[in-house]
Design a protein around this ligand. Structure first.
Ligand SMILES: Cc1cc2nc3c(=O)[nH]c(=O)nc-3n(C[C@H](O)[C@H](O)[C@H](O)COP(=O)(O)OP(=O)(O)OC[C@H]3O[C@@H](n4cnc5c(N)ncnc54)[C@H](O)[C@@H]3O)c2cc1C
Length: 340
């Protein structure tokens, strides 16, 4: 009881990375709270095929719901599973991916349990909270941290009285790591019929089209990212040339995406992809908080900007003061020259 739960998303029998990232975070939270980490997965014909992708992340107990009609995901059966399981288990924290599925499932579960939910958290921490008005103190509650008010502030949201404290997190925001501590690793296979009503299978998926990502921005070791300062679609070609030389991926700010210079799946930031490359080269990007949210954990940040006071320069390891048009062709030329 009062444990930390993670809902694990699957594609047939493949557990999604965002869920493994959340398991790693969930394990840390559970350790801090001195409770167990539990995971839930639901699908069709998954018994024996998903456990090894979940348990190594430090799970004490895994609930595998295996039954017809649980894959592809539809809202009602998965909501029934989570709501009824949570009524039995009474978790204190529940985490889900801020994915198409998590965005559908999370609010349904939280409204059924009247628990509240914070979407798109960028950090999750444990801390104390004092409600001065009510004169109440709360120990060890979940700080659900995310940009708010259009990114002008970073808000810490707490849910003192209702359980579970629910949060969704985008893929790539947390980092997954196999747990090297001890976890119980128990697996149970509850009877699906006890949790899901027959009515919940009313929606049947007749056809499904899944498109693979066109780039590997999230996993790239080097990202060359362009912003509004790149100036045109043609100038973005320079960034693609540099990326080719460096075996990097091209990213972009929202301003560059909105200008139509680059596809929107290359957007880095709060409403785009979160990246953790070894090197991030920001070309003509000012460094607004919504952009920084998606790249601040990069190992080395290089800023190319014609404004020496651009905010991104404050977090950059190296600043090249100049225009994209001057600097990027030189980088390409000298990289080619020196890597022969
Ligand atoms: C709710 C919300 C969510 C958002 N989500 C995101 C998000 O996920 N990702 C994101 O990026 N933004 C996001 N934004 C938008 C964000 O606030 C900024 O508007 C955006 O990041 C600015 O992009 P930019 O830095 O490319 O453009 P600008 O702010 O216009 O900066 C351009 C920079 O280029 C420099 N420059 C100009 N010309 C040159 C040149 N020739 N050579 C070199 N440098 C030059 C300028 O000095 C400046 O620093 C979001 C906003 C909101 C409200």
């Amino acid at each position: 009881m009062k444990n930390v739960f993670v809902y694990c998303e699957i594609e047939r029998t493949t557990v999604q990375e965002v869920s493994q990232e959340l398991l790693t975070k969930g394990r840390k939270l559970a350790n801090q709270l001195g409770v167990e980490l539990h995971a839930v997965v639901a699908g069709t014909d998954i018994k024996g095929k998903v456990e090894d992708q979940i348990l190594p992340y430090g799970v004490d107990k895994l609930f595998v719901f295996d039954g017809e009609g649980l894959f592809p995901y539809t809202s009602a059966p998965h909501t029934d599973i989570m709501v009824n399981l949570f009524k039995e288990e009474d978790p204190q924290i529940a985490l889900m991916g801020a994915t198409v599925i998590g965005r559908d499932l999370g609010p349904r579960v939280s409204s059924s349990l009247t628990s509240g939910l914070t979407a798109d958290c960028t950090q999750l921490e444990i801390g104390d909270y004092e409600d001065k008005k009510a004169g109440k103190k709360y120990d060890n509650i979940l700080y659900q941290i995310r940009p708010a008010f259009g990114g002008n502030i970073v808000a810490t949201i707490v849910n003192p009285d209702h359980r579970p404290q629910m949060a969704t997190v985008r893929s790539g925001v947390m980092q997954k790591a196999i747990y090297d501590g001890k976890a119980k690793g128990e697996v149970v296979y509850p009877e699906v019929g006890k949790y899901v009503s027959e009515m919940s299978y009313a929606v049947k998926v007749i056809d499904r089209h899944v498109e693979a990502a066109k780039n590997n921005l999230k996993g790239a070791a080097i990202v060359v990212a362009g912003g509004y300062g790149v100036g045109s679609k043609e100038n973005f070609d320079l960034l693609f040339q540099l990326a080719k030389e460096l075996h990097a991926e091209v990213g972009a700010s929202r301003a560059a995406v909105d200008a139509g210079w680059v596809e929107n799946d290359r957007q880095v930031g709060q409403t785009g992809v979160t990246v953790h490359p070894k090197v991030y080269i920001a070309c003509g990007i000012s460094g607004q908080i919504q952009h920084i949210a998606g790249m601040q954990d990069a190992g080395i940040i290089i800023s190319i900007n014609n404004d020496p006071d651009a905010p991104i320069n404050q977090i950059a390891d190296y600043v090249i003061n100049g225009t994209v048009g001057e600097v990027v062709p030189k980088l390409i030329k000298y990289y080619k020259q020196n890597s022969k």
